[in-house]
Design a protein around this ligand. Structure first.
Ligand SMILES: [Zn+2]
Length: 343
């Protein structure tokens, strides 16, 4: 929608030239729908240019790329978007979340969630305002899974980027799954170890659940302030003062909310609705992005299974049913194909 060339090219194919920026969203949709093949060709070119001319270029906007994997997905069978995992050469790993300055530095170097200054960088400020700010009204997809916003907006402010991990991890109550993983030399051994610990694990889940509920309750005033469109704060200290909370209490609560490790980006209260982005990529791509540093192998595999290699059962079933229906009707192969494409 933001890529005006798409509209201009399709219109030119249809013999119309001019300025189409004044068209509304529905009109633009209609034009894009009139030629999905051109839309896809142009989208592919754009992805190709993003990779070749930027991500893999000597400019290295996200560092020297070792490998990458991406997949194009169609939201609601319409807008294409990509899910991508990029491996960066010599990227640091987290050994101890409490003490990993190289990881923090790496994340801060490539990712930000701060609203750029309007005067210093009006172009980026405009793009971030238009595509990286999560709607205060949320959307239908936010409420999937019985939570108010599964993307975690408004996100909690932080003075400095941290890798938050539950503070009771080493407590006896915490189950010991991590220790299992550390001790185990292979998957079978780890499985055995986990079995032995399953009782302990149940107890631990209850304990963690209780701690998380307590932390959520304590953080409620902070969230209420962040949700209030009329409230404004100079910085985190100002916000915490209004919530009668110390920095230490706040940090403890934030850590208690996590069940694994989570990156909490440097964020001022005013940026609590801004999603993480890389300034160079955002400027070039000019539409929304969600860029994250993957903390461990498990999260990487989960991401790849959930997004990059997600099977599209529903789509397969839907297309099969369309093919079955079309085959039943008496039409030529050409019309058959057309009907499938337009389904
Ligand atoms: Zn939301």
């Amino acid at each position: 929608m933001r890529w005006s060339k798409f509209i201009a090219v399709i219109k030119a194919q249809q013999g119309e030239e001019g300025d189409f920026s004044g068209l509304d969203w529905n009109e633009k949709c209609e034009i894009l729908r009139s030629n999905p093949v051109t839309v896809m060709c142009m989208f592919e070119k754009r992805v190709d240019a993003l990779m070749t001319d930027l991500i893999l270029s000597p400019a290295q906007p996200i560092g020297p790329v070792e490998d990458y994997l991406f997949r194009v997905e169609f939201q609601a069978r319409g807008s294409p978007h990509i899910h991508m995992v990029v491996w960066i050469e010599d990227a640091p790993g987290v050994q101890d979340p409490e003490d990993c300055p190289d990881v923090i530095e790496f994340i801060d170097h490539y990712i930000t969630c701060q609203m750029p200054d309007e005067k210093a960088d009006p172009e980026l400020h405009k793009i971030v305002s238009e595509v990286q700010v999560h709607s205060r009204n949320h959307s239908k997809t936010c409420r999937k899974g019985n939570v108010s916003c599964r993307f975690g907006f408004p996100r909690l402010p932080m003075e400095k980027t941290i890798i938050a991990s539950a503070p009771w991890k080493d407590d006896e109550d915490a189950g010991g799954n991590k220790k299992c993983g550390e001790k185990a030399k292979d998957v079978v051994q780890e499985k055995e170890c986990r079995k032995k610990d399953s009782k302990k694990s149940k107890k631990s889940k209850k304990f963690v659940g209780k701690k998380q509920r307590e932390a959520k309750e304590k953080l409620k005033p902070v969230r209420d302030f962040l949700m209030d469109a009329n409230a404004s704060f100079e910085d985190l200290s100002d916000l915490l003062e209004k919530c009668k909370m110390t920095h230490d209490e706040y940090q403890e609560c934030v850590k208690s909310l996590t069940s694994g490790m989570v990156v909490m980006m440097t964020r001022e209260p005013k940026d609590c609705w801004v999603n993480g982005y890389n300034p160079d990529l955002l400027r070039a791509w000019n539409t929304n992005m969600d860029i994250q540093f993957i903390l461990d192998e498990f999260s990487c595999i989960m991401y790849m299974i959930s997004y990059v290699a997600k099977p599209e059962h529903e789509m397969t079933e839907f297309l099969n049913s369309v093919i079955r229906d079309v085959k039943k009707s008496n039409v030529s192969e050409r019309d058959e194909m057309k009907q499938i494409m337009q389904a």
